[in-house]
Ligand binder design. Structure first.
Ligand code: DOR
Ligand code: ZN
Length: 419
């Protein structure tokens, strides 16, 4: 046991998953940080955490639309959904209505969302190829759209200056990998998810991934991989619950329209098999809400599926059914995403943030989209089995209790210049 005997603000008692198994433990917490892990630890305040206790999750890919499109989501509704889904930390994408390409846009985004977040949050900036000198130092990482998507034009070819800059960049660079010219070559009228899959085929994604990987960045990340792809690279791959569990046969309507598209069933099943075999490092939601007006009919619908609240509950259901191992779940949803940004979160370990979720594995039930907390809660996962956390703890304090958010706390901005 490490740490001082009387330095804790609170001791959390419960059945924690620790070193590969559930154990009855005491975790002492001082100023939000785990200071000791043991048994029967003492403190002035002792809190008993119910059910099975796991580290809380980090979601490194969300679009909370704030500012600019707060009819779709804002930082309050987005982070409320995150907490209900066992996620205490999010990294928000820069494709706002006014994309975050420079320090002015970064500052105005930060001030627009200040005081609204229940979860901790970091912010990405959009890399345009020519804005390296305009990027805010507090940015957590960069996003590159190789193919166009919501509020973001495709980046085009990068010159030497831009490539050199990216090669020396120390923080994560996340690629939306769909090749723009390949996409335009396949563009067609679309009426359902199969058409969308044909209009943005796997070959366009593969081409863009190969190009992204060829830049040989220090911390390259391929966002939302939609097909089984095993390539030798130091880049990390994100996978999303929708590409793992849905396909263009199981979903047909515009609420399943997303970029990259849902693929055919065989492709989806192989992607899931590779994920379950431990081939990918990051489980992200790519939470991308749209309004009813944006989703009116398939052809004109915007692309994007919500997911920040359902990502963990869907996976916990797979853990319960022993399809996904607990250790792989914890790596991809908790420890790897935090480590990518150098955060001491997502693990039960001395020196790490005391962020936890309490899970009653007997509480599996179908998702009811009317009970989600986004502004627009329609999801193709409606009716899918899920296990929502009953309680969530952030920095040692309970922020979700018996399935209800406690609204007296705020998340912190994770500034990259803290290092
Ligand atoms: O489906 C998507 N929606 N893919 C993206 O790349 C962007 C996202 C959004 O922001 O709507
Ligand atoms: Zn995205």
């Amino acid at each position: 046991m490490i740490g001082l005997e009387y330095d804790s603000d609170v001791v959390l008692n419960g059945r924690f998953y620790y070193q590969g198994k559930f154990q009855d433990l005491s975790v002492s917490v001082s100023q939000g940080i785990i200071t000791r892990i043991g048994k029967f630890l003492k403190a002035e305040r002792i809190v008993h955490l119910p059910h099975a206790v796991l580290p809380a999750s980090t979601d490194t890919h969300v679009h909370f639309r704030d500012p600019g499109e707060t009819d779709k989501e804002d930082f309050r509704s987005g982070t409320t959904s995150a907490i209900y889904g066992g996620t205490t930390t999010v990294f928000d994408m820069p494709n706002n209505r006014v994309p975050v390409t420079d320090y002015e846009a970064f500052e105005s985004k930060l001030s627009a969302i200040s005081g609204k977040a229940y979860a901790d949050f970091g912010l990405y900036s959009l890399f345009t190829g020519s804005n390296k000198d305009l990027l805010d130092k507090r940015t957590s990482g960069l996003k590159i759209f190789m193919g166009g998507s919501t509020n973001a034009a495709a980046i085009g070819d990068l010159d030497m200056v831009a490539t050199d800059f990216l090669r020396n960049y120390e923080n994560p660079v996340v690629f939306h990998a769909e090749d723009a010219s390949c996409l335009s070559a396949h563009s067609m009228e679309e009426h359902d998810c199969r058409d969308h899959n044909m209009a943005r085929p796997i070959e366009c994604e593969q081409k863009a991934i190969e190009k992204a990987v060829s830049f040989r960045l220090k911390k390259g990340v391929i966002a939302h991989l939609s097909f089984p792809y095993d390539i030798q690279t130091n880049y990390l791959f994100e996978v999303t619950p929708h590409h793992l569990l849905l396909n263009d046969e199981s979903v047909n309507d515009q609420w399943g329209k997303v970029n990259p598209p849902l693929r055919d069933r065989g492709t989806q099943e192989k992607l899931l098999a590779l994920f379950l075999a431990g081939k990918f490092s990051l489980l992200t939601s790519d939470h991308a809400p749209h309004s009813y007006e944006n989703k009116e009919d398939f052809e004109h619908a915007a692309s994007g599926i919500i997911g920040v609240e359902t990502r963990i509950p869907l996976m916990l259901s797979l853990v319960k059914r022993k399809i996904l191992s607990m250790d792989l779940f914890l790596k991809t949803a908790c420890s790897n995403p935090a480590a990518l940004f150098g955060l001491r979160k997502g693990m039960l370990q001395v020196g790490y943030s005391a962020d936890f979720m309490c899970v009653d594995f007997s509480s599996e039930k179908p998702i009811d989209q009317d009970r989600l907390h986004s502004k627009v809660t329609v999801t193709p996962f409606n009716g899918y089995s899920a296990i929502f956390p009953s309680d969530v703890v952030m920095r040692g304090e309970t922020v979700l209790e018996k399935y209800e958010l406690i609204e007296d706390h705020l998340g912190r901005f994770i500034s990259n210049d803290r290092k």
